[in-house]
Design a protein around this ligand. Sequence first.
Ligand code: RB5
Length: 147
Amino acid sequence: MKIAVGADHGGFELKEHVMSWLKDHGYGVEDCGTYDGEVSVDYPEFGRLVSKKVTGGECELGVLICGTGIGISIAANKVRGIRCSLCHDTFSAKMARQHNDANVLAMGGRVIGRGLALEVLDAWLGQTFEGGRHQRRVDQIGDIERD
Ligand code: RB5
């Protein structure tokens, strides 16, 4: 499975750890930047880049990191077909996949420590969408995009 990963300067350091964890665990990784934590950049660009990799089919899932995870998740959720979940705990991460079929995980590099971030990532990746009544609700989210 290939995963697109992106961050702004606030998430750069955690992005590097996330990519290394993903590689160590056998995932393919597409690094969408940013490539320098010292240079201030704008998070919407990376939210868009990673999201387009997912909706375009180049990557199955995406991970986005900014300082809080808020801005980059808002940006990602503007891309049609993206269901980006901002999670800083493992329960939410599991539910985001099981119930919401989230295809992008966002985290805040200034909010969460490295250890917990990797547990959240592991929990998120370890689940699958349950479908059933949740499919109906996910379809309704898609309907909103077509309003
Ligand atoms: C950048 O300073 C910061 O605003 C950004 O990383 C993020 O937290 C925005 O939501």
